[in-house]
Design a binder for this molecule. Sequence first.
Ligand code: NAD
Ligand code: TYD
Length: 368
Amino acid sequence: MPDLLVTGGAGFIGINLVRWWLDRHQDDRVVVLDSLTYAGNRHSLDAVMDDGRLEFVHGDIRNTSLVEELLRDRDLDTIVHLAAESHVDRSIEGPDEFIDTNVVGTHSLLKAARAAWQDQDGSWRRHRFHHVSTDEVYGSLGSDDPAFHEGTRYAPNSPYSASKAASDHLVRAYHHTFGLEVTTTNCSNNYGPYQFPEKLIPLMILNILHGKPLPVYGDGMNIRDWLFVDDHCLGIELALLKGIPGETYCIGGNNERTNIDIVRMLCSMLQDRVVGDETLRARFPECPASRGESIEGLITFVTDRPGHDLRYAIDAGKASNDLGYEPSENFESGFRKTVDWYLSNEPWWSKVMDGSYRDWLETNYESR
Ligand code: NAD
Ligand code: TYD
């Protein structure tokens, strides 16, 4: 079985993947490499940190020699590459970091993998480079268009998706030109525990609890295909274990929802929870439901995101046929688990909401 280097393992999907992997692969070791940007939280790994099979390395994927050394010294044969700048709104405000991390960083990682795994005579040791990408590289769908699939033409629209598209192409090129054994998954929007509260679902949950406006971009009719994070972890695991080098796999949840539906669903779920729970009313006095008022009154339509993609949807048929991939969480149950997690993990989100993140959020609200 493989020993993994997980880049970005202190971020949202990374933390969930590390837990997922170590729970299911008792003989494997995992080394997390993460530079701990605002989106990375080392302490989120604490629950699995006691496990001698996990090591945390604070470092940057752009440090090619560090990565090469880690692969050699720890004798790692697999990279799962998640490290990225991942928030579209930030990529609009400042694209530079997205190019540096997502494009230059991915190339640095590919160079390190080649240096560590390819011998002088050109032969390769046993290895796999798995690249975690997004459905956003395919651009935007009209309401009646068929869902994205592996053959859909790339048409990224935001600096974020363009930087991910560029990284996908570099990964593909290292396979085609040098023979690096790569697999890529392009996944739809994830939600679940440990997601940084700048993304739609956790942002709305926390704003509801604190009685802050719920900023819905444009008319709220943009559509995303939502997947519970564990089902993404399953897709990555299957691509690693059963995927064919050089292939890409689209991973999704068959859960298309408009943004306004998501926000209303959260309002309704938390209205019931807070009204029916004295402890929650005491913990969150600013939540309208704690005063017997409607949470939906917080919904505020704000200026649309520039270049806002209308619709994403994934056809996961190939992953289903070739890898046996089937998401196990339905939207209701995944949503409930997510809301429960944020209600039970205030120390986590109050910590990550400190400092620069809070400043960024406030400036961002003011600019709309
Ligand atoms: P995230 O922003 O929560 O986490 C990113 C992690 O990468 C953080 O821990 C950060 O510290 C780390 N990182 C950033 N720059 C780094 C660098 N230069 N060197 C080392 N570490 C660095 O992101 P996420 O939501 O967990 O997404 C992980 C990956 O999955 C990304 O590549 C993203 O494009 C992809 N993806 C995300 C979604 C989603 O809905 N969240 C969907 C599809 C694909
Ligand atoms: P987001 O979570 O940023 O993911 P992505 O842009 O990568 O799909 O946003 C999901 C959708 O929610 C997207 O259509 C933008 C919208 N959105 C809002 O309406 N309000 C918000 O405050 C945020 C963060 C997102």
